[in-house]
Design a protein around this ligand. Structure first.
Ligand code: PGA
Length: 254
């Protein structure tokens, strides 16, 4: 599987960034060994789709229902119509700011798949849980309850492991900690989905920068990166994408 590098713009960006990003990504995308997905605010999906045809785009959240009286929310089918093919779900900022439970994330993933979007489901422990040795239990608990039963069915969803304390902090887990968590996630996916589980990429997210991307992306069971802050600077985002190993080059990836 080619690695996937996803840019999560969060509540940042404007039409000027769309143009700058489109120019630089367009010039470089053919030489990359990985696939890119850009997840701008929903209002910028259609302009980005027009400026950068052929690049996969994603939303940052969707509602579990296809339509209705839900002021301020957006339906998966609306993201799809705007030009998205993916949607980030259960990001820790959504879980914290909007009280999203695992069950809510699971319902959104069902809606996303129903609308033809590939869900990117985020899981990750807080700092306290890691300090208390409960990181794996927390992450595997979130995973079990956030993924719908058809998650690994083609086209398989994507899991992003993002320790909450690493997001926007400049801190990352050690390589051993990332390998251990990704291995635990893979084992849990296999236990639930059997052989189909191997089609689910497991991305790492949390303070991925050009300076550490090579070290992270060559770890076993790391299938790419979910990038926040560094995805707002085209040069940094592309430098991270450049660090993705070509097929067959990464240790443990055959
Ligand atoms: P960061 O954010 O790269 O700025 O740490 C990652 C994320 O929240 O997806």
């Amino acid at each position: 599987m080619r690695q996937i590098v996803i840019g999560n713009w969060k509540m940042n960006g404007n039409l000027a960034l769309v143009e700058a990003m489109a120019r630089e990504v367009y010039a470089r995308v053919a030489s990359l060994a990985c696939d890119l997905v850009l997840c701008p605010p929903a209002t910028l999906i259609a302009p980005l789709a027009a400026a950068l045809p052929g690049i996969a785009l994603g939303g940052q959240d969707c509602h579990a229902r296809p339509a209705g009286a839900h002021t301020g929310d957006i339906a998966a089918v609306m993201l799809r119509e705007a030009g998205a093919s993916h949607v980030i779900l259960g990001h820790s900022e959504r879980r914290a700011d909007h009280g999203e439970s695992d069950a809510a994330v699971c319902a959104k993933a069902v809606a996303a798949r129903g609308a033809g979007l590939r869900p990117i489901v985020c899981v990750g422990e807080g700092e306290g849980a890691r300090a208390e040795g409960r990181a794996e239990a927390v992450v595997l608990g979130q995973l079990a309850a956030s993924l719908p039963d058809d998650f690994a069915t083609d086209p398989a969803g994507i899991v992003a492991y993002e320790p909450v304390w690493a997001i926007g902090s400049g801190r990352t887990p050690t390589p051993d900690e990332i390998v251990a968590m990704h291995g635990a996630i893979r084992a849990a996916l296999r236990a639930r989905f059997g052989g189909a589980a191997d089609a689910v990429p497991i991305l790492y997210g949390g303070s991925v920068k050009p300076g550490n991307a090579g070290a992270v992306l060559t770890l076993p069971e790391v299938g790419g990166a979910l990038v926040g802050g560094a995805s707002l600077v085209a040069g940094d985002f592309l430098a991270i994408a450049d660090a993705a190993p070509a097929l067959g080059r990464a240790p443990g990836r055959g």
